[in-house]
Design a protein around this ligand. Structure first.
Ligand SMILES: Nc1ncnc2c1ncn2[C@@H]1O[C@H](COP(=O)(O)OP(=O)(O)O)[C@@H](O)[C@H]1O
Ligand code: SF4
Ligand SMILES: [Mg+2]
Length: 329
């Protein structure tokens, strides 16, 4: 028994990922800690947003949650049981239940296969008879808003938004219970983004899917997510109900991110400008990793790494949670 509460579908415990990269001709390598100790639960039927600047480890975390990559340390429990190791028979069997949607639909699709064949592929892999597969492909295409006459088309004959609908239809083919969407609309025209986000939200509501929605677009995350986790240099710095975190952010990094999103009629007047270099996991600062850029830093922040603690209806990692923080207008 893992002791996992029944409503929890997936649980990450102490996840760490590090990559060793060859650096020079002389074989000197460097180690990058992309994810640095993450505890996180995904509940049945919820949308959990993961936000943070580029390089904060969001995609690496997403891949580990799906078992596409084994963690360096820690583990993922899927319905209370350890996630099978990548590419084992048990892992393949679990693939029907979890899927990933990436940023670039063209890269995710095979240019030489028709739309209907690509949507049918996971059904064939899981042994669905051809007649049933054909009917299911038609149903899926209709569900994601593709026309029947597009079935015989190739990816390059569709628009970016239509291609992402194909990717979504294919991901849904085997009735998954869990989807990780990694920047699913970032590569699409702004005018199309809302349509695809609305489609994902409808699908989630209709089918009770649990979803991890990775994005650097806070407006989209606020609009679609039940809960949000904010990442900085491979760690979660704040996590809680989306409305609470966005309306009353407690961590200085979250406050800076939230204040950079224009609010109706207010422009960017309340913006906190982050100074210093963007996060680089190859040069992790001591103590609180955010301290070189933090407007609220005190000397202790350079020495002590804050733990993620319960605070005011969410979890946050900051030494000054109870202190007076600089105001966000
Ligand atoms: N396969 C890999 N090999 C080496 N470094 C990697 C690999 N994947 C990610 N990284 C590094 O890990 C850090 C986090 O990357 P990533 O998870 O892609 O962040 P995000 O999705 O938030 O932009 C980055 O510094 C990135 O360069
Ligand atoms: S611990 Fe210190 S440096 Fe880190 S976020 Fe809190 S105040 Fe800023
Ligand atoms: Mg990424």
């Amino acid at each position: 028994m893992s002791g996992t509460a029944p409503q929890i579908l997936l649980q990450a415990e102490g996840l760490v990922q590090q990559y060793t990269t060859a650096r020079s001709l002389f074989g000197k390598s460097s180690t990058v800690r992309a994810v640095d100790g993450i505890d996180l639960a995904v509940r049945k039927g919820e949308i959990l947003g993961i936000v943070g600047e580029s390089g904060s480890g969001k995609s690496t975390l997403g891949r580990m949650l799906l078992g596409l990559e084994a963690p360096h340390e820690g583990r993922v429990l899927w319905q209370g049981r350890p996630m099978p190791a990548p590419r084992t028979p048990e892992w393949r069997a679990s693939r029907a239940e979890m899927q990933m949607i990436f940023q670039d639909p063209l890269a995710a699709l095979d240019r030489r296969m028709t739309i209907s064949d690509q949507i049918a592929e996971p059904l064939q892999i899981h042994g669905t008879p051809p007649d049933q597969a054909r009917a299911r492909v038609a149903e899926l295409m209709a569900r994601v808003g593709l026309r029947p006459d597009q079935a015989g088309r190739y990816p390059h004959e569709l628009s970016g938004g239509q291609r992402q609908r194909v990717v979504i239809a294919r991901a849904l083919a085997t009735n998954p219970r869990f989807l990780v969407c990694d920047e699913p609309v970032s590569a699409l025209d702004v005018s199309i983004q809302a349509q695809v986000v609305n489609l994902l939200r409808e699908l989630q509501a209709d089918q009770g899917l649990a979803m991890v929605f990775i994005s650097h677009d806070l407006k989209v995350v606020r609009n679609i997510c039940d809960r949000v986790a904010v990442m900085y240099l491979g760690r979660i710095v704040e996590e809680g109900p989306a409305e609470r975190v966005f309306s009353d952010p407690r961590h200085p990094y979250t406050r800076a991110l939230v204040s950079s999103v224009p609010r109706a009629g207010q422009g960017l007047s309340g913006r906190i400008l982050l100074t210093g270099e963007p996060p680089n996991p190859a040069q992790r600062p001591s103590g609180c990793p955010f301290h070189p850029r933090c407007p609220a830093a005190i000397p202790a922040c350079a020495r002590i790494q804050p733990e993620l603690e319960r605070h005011n209806g969410r979890r946050a990692a900051c030494l000054r949670l109870d202190g007076a923080l600089p105001d966000v207008a």
